[in-house]
Design a protein around this ligand. Structure first.
Ligand code: SF4
Length: 194
């Protein structure tokens, strides 16, 4: 029995205690358990990028880490699996969203992202949707990438600084040339296959 005085202080109080001055309600539930959601932005290649935007504040982060001592910035397969498993198991929600950023995450290659969706399928709980988003400078993507991203419903953020004149002023490759043409070619293709 829960007395009315307990009902004002205990989170276990029943909602049937109508005369209680403070009604405590059960939090959101999913599949009969308390709902748990979170969002993490993963950077599986750290600060490494294939281009060299003038304003980038992130490339210099490589100097803060252990890269120069020979450590790979890449999240290796064992760590990737652990991350995906833990991220899924820490949540209880109808949709789990993975976000992938860099540096430039597509430098990891298409096979790396195929492994990501394989591992997600391995740990996907019944009745739960798994979604992915990817932020990219777009310079490394090609037809195969686009087909893969479309097939697996990735939400793709393409970094574009507006018209060519503005974009190419800042978003340059290692040789100092603008990347607008490469990115726009890709965005047209991706829009068409959607
Ligand atoms: S694409 Fe992003 S990470 Fe790469 S140099 Fe430009 S701003 Fe930095």
């Amino acid at each position: 029995m829960v007395s009315s005085s307990n009902a004002t202080t205990s989170p276990m109080a029943s909602s049937s205690n109508a005369e209680s001055p403070m009604q405590l309600t059960q939090g959101p539930q999913f599949q009969g358990r308390p709902s748990k959601r979170m969002h993490v932005m993963a950077k599986p290649i750290g600060a490494v990028c294939n281009i060299d935007c003038n304003y980038c504040y992130y490339l210099s982060k490589q100097d803060l880490l252990e890269y120069k001592k020979g450590c790979s910035p890449e999240m290796d397969e064992a760590m990737l699996e652990q991350y995906i498993k833990n991220y899924i198991q820490a949540q209880n929600t109808p949709e789990i969203i993975f976000s992938w950023q860099g540096g430039e995450p597509t430098m990891l290659g298409l096979n790396y992202f195929k492994k990501i969706v394989e591992l997600q399928a391995k740990y996907q709980p019944p009745g739960v949707k798994i979604s992915n988003d990817l932020q990219t400078n777009g310079t490394l993507l090609d037809d195969k990438w686009c087909e893969f991203l479309a097939k697996h419903n990735f939400l793709v953020g393409l970094s574009i600084d507006g018209p060519q004149m503005l974009h190419d002023a800042y978003r340059t490759n290692r040789a100092g040339r603008g990347t607008h043409k490469q990115v726009m070619k890709l965005s047209n293709y991706y829009i068409n296959i959607k």
